[in-house]
Design a protein around this ligand. Structure first.
Ligand code: URA
Length: 232
């Protein structure tokens, strides 16, 4: 790769907010030997990103994980849901949002779509998280973990290029919008991630708490807004 191409790649990653880049072992060696690319190309397929994650040891979250939870759903989806990070069920199965919060998310997507006359199932959208490994005791991911792992989310979003993104809860909202506001103030409003509209709403785990009846109604409103924006 010549210096100019390398400069363009670095600029591209800088625009994504990615400050730390890692050399991949085999690919870097291949490049040194004169074949292969050191940097993944823009518009890369999702499997390349997964390959790049590999058996990731880039941050401390790898220490207690069972499975890396990359993402699931339609890779050409016009809508991507972004959560915080895997919980116990997701860590065991390697699939995002399969526990109680996930079941609620599925109900919310499919129930709202049906009510609004939009033919849409969970499998038609794409679902992923800011961090791909379960934080111990389901704690909030730390800023360095979000920065290191977030580069893969950014690459997933660029690869899918959806019409809109729905940020579930404060970790996803913070990562995607860089806003320091709380979710209560942000929800129901549109933001942007690299020109892609982002709707912020509550995290389904928060909605599972029985007393959060008001927020539940609000989350349904938010979802209605995003579904109509994307599918009308
Ligand atoms: N909570 C999340 O944020 N993501 C999951 O995948 C599951 C629960």
């Amino acid at each position: 790769m010549d210096a100019e191409t390398l400069r363009q790649y670095l600029e591209y990653y800088q625009d994504l907010g990615i400050k730390t880049l890692y050399r991949r072992g085999p690919a870097a060696k291949a490049e040194e030997a004169g074949h292969g690319e050191r940097w993944p190309a823009p518009q890369e397929p999702l499997f390349r990103i997964l390959e790049d994650i590999g058996d990731c040891h880039r941050c401390r979250l790898h220490e207690q994980r069972t499975k890396i939870v990359f993402g699931v759903g339609n890779e050409q989806s016009k809508l991507v849901f972004v959560g915080e990070g895997p919980g116990a069920d997701e860590d065991a199965q390697g699939i995002p949002f399969v526990g109680r919060a996930g079941q609620l998310l599925t109900q919310m997507i499919e129930g709202t779509a049906k009510k609004e006359g939009i033919p849409l199932l969970r499998k038609d959208v794409y679902i992923c998280n800011v961090v791909k490994c379960r934080p111990p005791e389901n704690r909030t991911p730390q800023p360095d973990e979000m920065e290191i792992c977030g580069q893969f989310l950014s690459r997933q979003l660029l690869a899918i290029a959806p019409k809109a993104i729905c940020a579930l809860g404060s970790t996803a909202a913070k990562f995607l919008t860089q806003s320091k506001e709380g979710v209560t103030r942000m929800r129901g409003n549109w933001y942007k991630w690299h020109d892609i509209p982002v709707m912020v709403t509550y995290h389904p785990s928060y909605l599972l708490r029985a007393y959060n009846v008001g927020p539940k109604r609000e989350a349904w409103e938010d979802l209605k807004k995003v579904l109509h924006f994307v599918y009308d």
